[in-house]
Design a protein around this ligand. Structure first.
Ligand code: ADP
Ligand code: MG
Length: 238
């Protein structure tokens, strides 16, 4: 697998994703073009059903596009078999979900050690140092049920970053958090993206956190377009 640092971390080239077959088809992604550079933090907004999760599934090499081309750190996914796709996900991609998705029995520090047991090319980050970076050293020995929603999300982010992914995919990270925690979590994602060169794509409904992002895109009926600050403001609840 060849990887060059000059390549963008993620390229979607004319990607279309059609769910179903016969008469019951849904075009979840319609000719989507997207390039995300290393260290760039991109937000994707849009109404429910517009294709945001489909976009993350494609970018995460979880489903192949119906047509078009996906490249991750310079690797064209269309040439890879299942095994190679699994390895590419392990080595290049981190996922962060709405509620952290932590393993109930494991302490915070062990959540970070777990991905390291799956092996990976390259040097991982140090679990204790990364836990400190997300402000969780004082909770290292706690299990998920002993953590607040914001704390669980910090651990989830650290766990996703432990293997130094080139691409971080984040699905509604603040959906369960209050306004201040939301700012802290998205601020943390921005800092990690910028300081560690992690290309980050975050799906969100939360217009209050968009100022942390380098770019805001909007999905509408499977089509992706640049989002202007005016439309952001006008779509905020009053
Ligand atoms: P969002 O995340 O923005 O809510 P999705 O990507 O989940 O949107 O869905 C986009 C469209 O594709 C919706 O119309 C949805 O019903 C449809 N869809 C998503 N996944 C599937 C699937 N596995 N089979 C059939 N239709 C699907
Ligand atoms: Mg969704």
């Amino acid at each position: 697998m060849t990887t060059t640092s000059t390549e963008p971390s993620l390229v979607l080239d004319s990607v279309t994703l059609v769910h179903g077959d016969g008469e019951e088809t849904v075009t979840a992604l319609d000719d989507v073009h997207l390039t995300v550079a290393a260290g760039e933090f991109v937000a994707v907004v849009g109404p429910s059903g517009s294709g945001k999760s489909s976009l993350l599934a494609i970018a995460g090499a979880l489903v192949p596009p119906t047509s078009g081309n996906v490249r991750i750190s310079g690797t064209d996914l269309s040439g890879l078999n299942r095994r190679q796709l699994t390895r590419l996900r392990r080595d290049h991609i981190g996922f962060v979900f709405q509620s952290g998705n932590l393993v109930p029995a494991l302490t915070a520090i062990d959540q970070l050690r777990l991905p390291l047991t799956f092996g990976k090319a390259g040097e991982p980050r140090d679990p204790a140092a990364l836990l400190a970076e997300v402000g969780m050293t004082h909770r290292a020995d706690r299990r998920p049920h002993q953590l607040s929603g914001g704390e669980r999300q910090r651990v989830g982010i650290a766990r996703a970053l432990i293997t130094r992914p080139s691409l971080l995919l984040v699905d509604e990270p603040t959906a369960a958090l209050d306004r201040q925690r939301s700012q802290e979590i998205v601020g943390l994602l921005a800092r990690e993206a910028h300081q560690h060169g992690v290309a980050t794509v975050m799906v969100t409904h939360d217009h209050n956190v968009l100022h942390h992002c380098d770019r805001v895109l909007e999905m509408t009926d499977g089509m992706l377009a640049e989002h202007t600050p005016d439309t952001v403001a006008s779509s905020q609840p009053r």
